[in-house]
Design a protein around this ligand. Sequence first.
Ligand code: CP
Length: 317
Amino acid sequence: MTTEARFSHRHLLGIEGLERGEIVAILDAAESFFDVSRRSVRKVPTLRGKTVINLFYEPSTRTRTSFELAGKRLSADVINISVSTSSAVKGETLLDTVKNLEAMWPDVIVLRHQASGAPHHIAARTKAAVVNAGDGMHEHPTQALLDAFTMRRAKGRLEGLTVAICGDVLHSRVARSNALLLRQMGATVRFAAPRTLLPAAAESLGAEVYDRIEPALEGADVVMMLRVQRERLSGTFLPTTREYSRTFGLNAARLALAKPDAIVMHPGPMNRGVEIDPAVADGARSVILDQVEAGVAVRMAVLWMLATEAQGEPTAG
Ligand code: CP
C-alpha cells in the first residue's frame, strides 16, 4: 500500500484544520499497521526508544487501552496515568502535571480531559506532541478517524456515503469530530436528536438536522448511534430513558428504513436497551467491535506520525 504521509502537524488536537490528504494519509498508514494486531507476534520495532504517556482525567476503556496497545505494538515505552492515583487528587494543576511529565522526556502525551480546549492549552506549552483523546464536548479526533477507517473498509469509500448520526448530539464530541471529517471527505451527514439534544450550531457543521430519527435513517449507508451521556445531562434534556428508547432507540424496524446493506456503528460504551436494541447491537450489520479493532491501528498510525514526524511508508514489517 502506498502511503502519502503528508501529515504536517506537531499535534493531533482535532479534525478541524486537517486537510483531506492528511486524513487519507492517517487512514492509509492505519491500513499498513492493521495486520500487526492479528499476527502471532504483535509487535514491530517502529517506535523503539520513544515514550508515550497516556494522561486520562476521565474514565475510558477503549481509547486508553487502544493507545496503550498501539504504543506497545510499536515498541514504544508506554506509561498510563490515571488521575485518581496521581497528584491531581492533591490539587496539582493540569499544566503543572504536564510540565513535570515533560521533565521526563516523553515524545507523545495522549490527553483526555473534561474541559474543552485542554489539549490545545497544553500543546502550546509543552515540547511533547499532544494527542487529544477527547476534550469535554469538543472533539475526539481519533474516534472519528477509526470510524472513518471502519466505514471505508466496509463500504470501500467515504465520498458519497450518507451517514446518520443519531442521539445525544448536543453532548457528543464524537458527533462533532465525525461531522467535520465526513464533510471533509465528501460524505453527507445527518444529525437526528430530540430538539433538546441538538446543538444550536448543528447546521454550521454541514449536517442535515432532524428532530425525529425515522427520516434521518431513510436510505442511509451508515447508522451511527450515540450514547445518552447521563453524566453530562443536567436539567430536563430527556423525559425518561424509556421514552427516549421508544422514540429514538435503534431497533430492527427502524434499521429497515436504512439501505439494506447499511452498517450500524456505536462509539461505546453502549446503553443497551436505551439508544440501541441489543439485537441490533449484536446483529449481522453491526460493526461496533470492528470499530474497536480499528482503534488500535488508527492510534498506531497517529503515534507513528507524531513520534517520528513520519514521511513515506510506515515500517510495519
Ligand atoms: N469511544 C470511547 O471514547 O470509549 P471510551 O470512553 O471507553 O474510551
